[in-house]
Ligand binder design. Structure first.
Ligand code: SF4
Length: 383
């Protein structure tokens, strides 16, 4: 990583190129709220919700949000629909219209328990596919078909078939951040919460872990199992560097640094705690640090901050451009017109379900899925 400041300049975060209008929530466009008014009915139905998001939405902008929030919540009842809101959604979506909130797998598991006919995935495409894999009889919609993922697009099912030819007999452990065709070619899936447990559950000396190179390296540092990695990266977490952490500590003495395991191993080493989005959120709730930094997607800090008003957050802002394609406007359109349905071919769904279900059937991890920052770094093969 060197001594170069990649993402900070004169104490200002410069790592992010995507700007979101008006801070963390982009005010809905006039086109998006056409025909929707902030009238007495909307006021009565929504004004009590404003307090939850008052740190993120200026009061004078509330009349632009409230009609959409009301229209979406009304449509959900009319159509027996639920919205699965990922931790990386902006607070307007996460807090005001999300029925289930959490990480991608937690959301998909919640989806299996709901009696709703329609699932709207407020997240990215692979998450909607995972919901469809687990709930093949429900209609799964995604507000923007352009909401992709740099990890999921780094590998295809055809790539996995070639890997299996090259490494016969070596189990393929696939992160849930992959498309359905990749899951269908895999032996078992994992999340960032249970990746070490999944690798060790197989009882083998060697596994191939797809597609996140940094997650694979971080897992390899925690286990005796040999891990072979693919060269995919999360474009959000890969941006953080060890030097960033040192700079943040220097600028914020005493701050507690929490990192996601999609960050490079050098970042994990510099952090106080590394775990999944749920593990990070639980850490803040359980430990109530005075001052904390979450090295992950920007909106996650906003959403965890809402639940922990007594904790100060330092907020380096790396936005995921894919997650930020989901807005109140396109959620409204998608549900109103029932467009952008996500489908998975039946044979692929069955094969992918086997890999996902094998993971779900494991007992919960003993530890809350966190990574020891002091573990020795091991060189691993990246294919
Ligand atoms: S944050 Fe990273 S892993 Fe998550 S959707 Fe964005 S690019 Fe993919």
């Amino acid at each position: 990583m060197g001594e170069v400041l990649n993402n900070w300049e004169n104490g200002r975060w410069i790592g992010q190129t995507l700007e979101v209008e008006n801070g963390v929530c982009a005010v809905p466009s006039k086109a998006g709220i056409k025909d929707l008014e902030y009238n007495d009915e909307v006021k009565e139905a929504t004004d009590h919700l404003y307090d939850e998001v008052s740190d993120f939405i200026p009061k004078f902008e509330w009349p632009a949000y409230a009609p959409l929030v009301h229209a979406i919540n009304t449509l959900k009842k009319e159509k027996n629909a639920v919205i699965l809101a990922h931790n990386y959604m902006t607070p307007d979506i996460f807090s005001l219209i999300g029925d289930f909130k959490g990480d991608s797998l937690g959301l998909a598991i919640e989806a299996t328990k709901t009696k709703a006919d329609i699932i709207v995935q407020a997240g990215v495409h692979f998450m909607a596919e995972t919901s469809k894999i687990l709930c093949p009889d429900k209609t799964v919609l995604i507000p923007s078909m352009r909401a992709g993922c740099s990890l999921a697009s780094s590998i295809t099912g055809e790539d996995v078939k070639l890997i299996k030819q090259r490494y016969p007999g070596v189990p393929i452990v696939t992160y849930v951040n992959t498309s359905a065709d990749v899951k269908a070619e895999s032996d078992i899936c994992c999340t960032s919460s249970n990746a070490v447990q999944v690798v060790e559950s197989l009882g083998v000396d060697k596994v191939i872990m797809l597609p996140d190179e940094f997650l694979a390296k971080n897992v390899a540092n925690q286990t005796d199992v040999e891990v072979i990695a693919w060269h995919g990266r999360c474009e959000v977490h890969a941006r953080f560097s060890a030097q960033d952490v040192r700079d943040m500590r220097a600028a914020n003495p005493g701050v507690v640094v929490l990192a996601h395991p999609e960050c490079p191993p050098e970042v994990v080493e510099e952090s106080d705690f590394t775990g999944s989005t749920k593990a990070m959120s639980d850490y803040v709730g359980d430990h109530k640090p005075n001052n904390v930094i979450l090295l992950t997607e920007c909106s996650m800090s906003d959403n965890v901050a809402m639940a922990n008003p007594d904790v100060d957050f330092v907020r380096p802002c790396n936005l995921c451009p894919h997650m930020k394609r989901i807005t109140l406007e396109n959620i409204h359109e998608c549900l109103r017109d029932e467009v952008h349905e996500v489908k998975v071919p039946k044979s692929m769904q069955k094969k992918a379900l086997r890999a996902v279900q094998r993971m779900i059937d494991l007992p919960p991890p003993a530890e809350k899925g966190h990574f020891d920052p002091l573990a020795a770094h091991k060189p691993i093969k990246v294919i």
